[in-house]
Design a protein around this ligand. Structure first.
Ligand code: KG4
Ligand code: ZN
Length: 352
């Protein structure tokens, strides 16, 4: 049984998502809408296209979730919405839908931090996880390494100062041209993984580039992207027939992997140095679409084993942007009586 129910809304990027979740971790309804195929044709994410998509879809996704869950809007215990970080005009659509719902039904409005929601979403599915735990998120929108000390107490140790691993892999994959019919409709990143698995034994060494130099546990995926785009440009100009696509994909994948693994190593070293009183967290939660990559996952697992850390991957359904994580973070914030919640409809601002 449960005592609280929250409706969550997520619109920080290109996914429009709504979910209704209980504090007993039951997902009563969840809907997600995205137009990846269209965005891919256009060569990337366009914020105003995303915002329009959110505006058009939110009303019926909310109605569908309420209907499927059998929960009346006024029986909800709160509306949780992603307020940062993300594409500002996309976030605004979710925020105004949440404000409208909260005011109309006199519900508390719960502002949720997208990255924290990604990290705590593991609690929905994994009973072994305890605070403090570390988290590594790798997606099309972000890369970060943080420690979750409590559900509203996060310490960021490293993040991408430019670009993201997903965008890096996607852009380079697109520049490789048509990868063939077998890859139509799949994430370019997933195509790169399959192609890389067809590389020759030392294929990942054929196209080396310098690893970005960036301080501490920070990362820079735009630099890796730039290096590979340059390399491709030079090959296409001088000796196009010599391009070995599987080896090229394997090299790209290996470079991205080494960059992430070396930064995770820096993170563990610095924890060991600066955390001598408190034992460093022994659990690592990993999530984001790029963490679905087996080559990257294996490298991270190996590194964690060396540091006596257990790896807890988020399930695929929670890896991408979703509203379950937003609703569940809202429930935790309600239980904590978080100071950032607007409890009374009259306190809710017209915009955030
Ligand atoms: O977290 P996610 O699903 O969504 C957003 O960031 O919005 O991440 C999507 C990213 C895309 O860039 C996609 O190409 C990448 O994750 N991706 C992969 C793999 N599957 C998806 N990258 C590498 N290897 C994969 N197997
Ligand atoms: Zn995300």
């Amino acid at each position: 049984k449960y005592s609280r129910i929250v409706l969550g809304i997520e619109t920080s990027c290109d996914d429009t998502a709504v979910a209704i979740v209980t504090d007993s971790k039951k997902i009563l309804a969840a809907r997600r809408y995205t137009e990846r195929a269209i965005q891919r044709q256009q060569g990337g994410i366009n914020p105003s296209v995303c915002a329009l998509q959110h505006r058009q879809n939110l009303p019926h996704l909310i109605a569908e979730c309420l209907e499927e869950s059998g929960v009346k809007a006024h029986d909800l215990d709160g509306v949780a919405v992603t307020v940062t970080p993300g594409l500002v005009i996309a976030l605004k659509e979710g925020i105004s839908a949440a404000i409208k719902l909260a005011k109309e039904h006199s519900l508390p409005l719960i502002p949720v931090h997208h990255m924290r929601a990604h990290a705590v979403s593991i609690l929905l599915v994994d009973d072994q996880i305890r605070f403090p735990f570390s988290t590594l998120l790798l997606s099309g929108g972000h890369a970060l390494i943080a420690v979750a000390n409590g559900q509203e107490d996060f310490k960021l140790y490293g993040q991408s100062v430019s670009g993201s691993p997903g965008e890096c892999i996607d852009k380079v994959a697109r520049k490789l041209g048509d990868l063939g019919a077998e890859f139509h409709g799949v994430h370019p990143g997933a195509a790169v993984e399959v192609l890389a698995s067809r590389a020759s034994p030392d294929g990942h060494l054929q196209y080396p580039v310098f690893l970005p130099s960036v301080s501490g546990a920070n990362m820079n995926f735009d630099q890796i992207k730039g290096s590979y785009l340059n390399l491709l440009y030079r090959i296409a100009k001088d000796r196009p027939s010599e391009l070995n696509i599987p080896n090229f994909c394997a090299s790209l994948q290996d470079t991205v992997t080494r960059h992430i693994a070396s930064k995770l190593h820096v993170f563990y070293e610095s924890l060991a140095q600066h955390n001598s009183q408190n034992a460093p967290p022994t659990q690592l939660v990993i999530g984001g679409g790029v963490a679905a990559n087996n080559y990257i996952f294996r490298a991270i697992s190996k590194l964690c084993a060396a540091h006596s850390v257990s790896v807890h991957p988020l399930p695929a359904s929670l890896c991408t942007d979703n509203a379950e994580m937003v609703a569940y973070t809202g429930l935790l914030m309600l239980a904590n009586r978080s100071k950032s919640i607007w409890w009374r409809p009259t306190d809710i601002p017209d915009t955030i």
